[in-house]
Design a protein around this ligand. Structure first.
Ligand code: FES
Ligand code: FES
Length: 184
């Protein structure tokens, strides 16, 4: 079973994408197939584009947010092959063949999932910008640790920076779900 520490390892800047890559390299278009929330998307991408860019700009899946764009804030966190990753520093071409999960896959239509409901119930957001990433980090955590302690939750979401400091209510929301204290 994956430990919380292992989960977070993947939030380190494994592949640092050169911020100036668009200036330094010629444009090279590639057709790739991305598996996102169970659906296959065949798209042409600039080989220099990050996964976050392709999600947001090519596929118009704007639930995944961008902040620092350099593996520091965690705002772009999503789940790839079961583990949280920073999508701003993974090239889209590297994500081909992987199982990608984004915030758009959590709810069933207008039916929010228990974590989303718990965030609302606990008023676990202020501006909301970090929340898609928080939800994805919490989702990955609860899959490997169904009954986390408060410390486990804090560690599980530690890679995501909340500019508003909404951490206490976010932690409470995740614990509520793990204790079954949310009406599903
Ligand atoms: S936008 Fe990816 S880590 Fe900040
Ligand atoms: S709620 Fe504003 S950044 Fe987290």
């Amino acid at each position: 079973m994956t430990s919380i520490g292992e989960l977070r390892l993947h939030m380190e800047p494994k592949t640092l994408v050169d911020e100036n890559r668009h200036q330094n390299q010629p444009r090279r278009v590639r057709r790739i197939v991305l598996s996102i929330n169970g659906d296959s998307h065949s798209i042409e991408v600039d080989a220099r584009s990050t996964l976050a860019e392709v999600l947001r700009e090519n596929l118009r899946m704007t639930g995944t947010k961008l902040g620092c764009n350099r593996s520091e804030c965690g705002t772009c966190t999503l789940i790839m092959d079961g583990r949280t990753v920073f999508s701003c520093t993974i090239l889209a071409v590297e994500a081909e063949g992987k199982c990608i999960e984004t915030i758009e896959g959590l709810a069933s239509g207008s039916d929010l999932n228990p974590l989303q409901k718990a965030f609302i119930k606990n008023d676990a957001l202020q501006c909301g910008y970090c929340i898609p990433a928080m939800l994805m980090a919490a989702t990955a955590l609860l899959r490997v640790k169904m009954e986390p302690t408060e410390d486990d939750v804090r560690q599980g979401i530690a890679g995501v920076y909340c500019r508003c400091g909404a951490y206490p209510n976010i932690v409470r929301a995740v614990l509520d779900v793990s204790r079954g204290q949310v009406d599903c």
